[in-house]
Ligand binder design. Structure first.
Ligand SMILES: *Cc1c(COP(=O)(O)O)cnc(C)c1O
Length: 375
């Protein structure tokens, strides 16, 4: 049996190696390292895939959120609502821009923003909401957009973990993650569902004016070469990454199906176990399973992780500490807020290996040793 990894990027690469190697060498031979033709080609392909009118590639998923917020003309002190249970990047750029992150609790079943609490977080200073489509399925976007539109607030979807996920509205229409709010952002970090061979990210919007502005901000605030209209940043997707991502984008739906097959097999193996809660499916979103995250009940998690590691099985905790308990962010914690769900998740979640190259015997091994400990 091959060693088990959280994500097996090597086996995946070997299947597309000929095509990837050729594309990378072509970039080197043409020396079009920055803004080469492969970058705009990939942007057009991602527009076709997602249905977003405009895709602006950038250097990483964190910059994507930063550029999005910069384009909304926020003033220092403006408030941005963000889940307390997410990767730090989402809140980081809010704080970096001297905006105030306002943390909101998540739903214990979907791990995404609890929309029932959303209106209670809105004040006259609220400028934006940044829902995170955590682990691979969409937050309840219909409810979020309804509240945001009512209060004239922008919505920036963090789609770093959910590229390709489809959200279905109550009237039956379907839109892809990142194309529902005013702006969507994503990441091509190697382990993400559409991962490059280095850093990368992109911003989506259907708004022409926002697209123009964000493109400018990501390129030093430049309107035409050496004419800078606004203060911007330097955030570009390398041509080398773009050509690799173009190749991988063609396989994304197959990759998604492979991840779902792994998730389904885990679901069946752990179904109705009194100590294991399998990931719940949101009723209006497909799941692309960036992570397969279980919630444990009455299991010594440290001992479980040690037991798994001894059998060659890696596991991860996404996330061990919610944002309101992070040293850098705890002063943004409003003591009136109850984050007991996120606090409980931090103590009880565990993520198992899930990727496109999982072999049956590897997954059987994981399930066997996981259950042996929990039984
Ligand atoms: C990975 C991730 C990011 C940041 O993406 P980078 O490309 O690593 O900057 C942002 N938000 C979430 C939820 C992520 O998982």
């Amino acid at each position: 049996m091959k060693p088990i990894q959280m994500v097996d990027l090597k086996s995946q690469y070997l299947k597309i190696k000929t095509e990837v190697d050729k594309a990378v060498i072509d970039v080197m031979e043409t020396c079009a390292f920055i803004n080469g033709p492969g970058v705009s080609q990939f942007a057009r392909e991602l527009e076709a895939f997602t249905g977003a009118k405009y895709v602006i590639p950038c250097a990483n998923g964190t910059d994507a959120i930063q550029v999005a917020l910069m384009a909304l003309d926020c003033q220092p002190g403006d408030e941005v609502i963000v889940p307390v249970w997410t990767y730090v990047a989402t809140a980081e750029v809010i704080a970096l821009l001297k905006l105030t992150p306002v943390f909101i609790e998540v739903d214990k079943d979907t791990f995404c923003i609890d929309v029932n609490l959303l209106e209670s977080k809105i004040t006259p200073k609220t400028k934006a909401i940044v829902p995170v489509h955590l682990y691979g399925q969409c937050a309840d976007m219909e409810a979020i957009m309804k509240i945001a539109n009512k209060h004239h607030i922008f919505v920036v979807e963090d789609t770093a973990q959910a590229i390709g996920a489809n959200y279905t509205f109550s009237d039956g229409t379907t839109k892809q993650a990142g194309t529902i709010g005013h702006i969507g952002t994503t990441s091509f970090f190697p382990s993400k569902n559409l991962g490059g061979y280095g850093d990368g990210g992109a911003i989506y919007t259907n708004d022409e004016e926002l697209a123009r502005k964000m493109k400018m901000i990501a390129h030093h605030g430049e309107r035409i070469k050496y004419h800078h209209d606004v203060v911007g940043i330097n955030s570009r997707l390398d041509t080398m990454q773009a050509v690799i991502l173009s190749i991988k984008l063609k396989h994304l739906r197959t990759y998604e199906a492979a991840r779902n097959a792994v998730a389904d097999k885990y679901d069946q193996a752990f179904a109705n176990h009194p100590k294991i809660k399998t990931p719940q499916r949101a009723k209006n979103s497909s799941h692309v399973f960036h992570q397969y995250t279980l919630t444990l009940c009455g299991v010594d998690r440290d001992a479980l992780q040690k037991h798994l590691a001894e059998q060659g099985i890696p596991s991860m905790l996404y996330y061990p500490v919610p944002l309101h308990h992070q040293l850098a962010y705890k002063h943004h914690h409003n003591p009136a807020d109850d984050f007991s769900i996120s606090e409980s998740l931090a103590k009880t979640v565990i993520s198992l290996p899930i990727h496109t190259e999982m072999e049956a015997e590897q997954q059987d091994w994981i399930i066997k040793h996981f259950l042996a400990f929990c039984n």
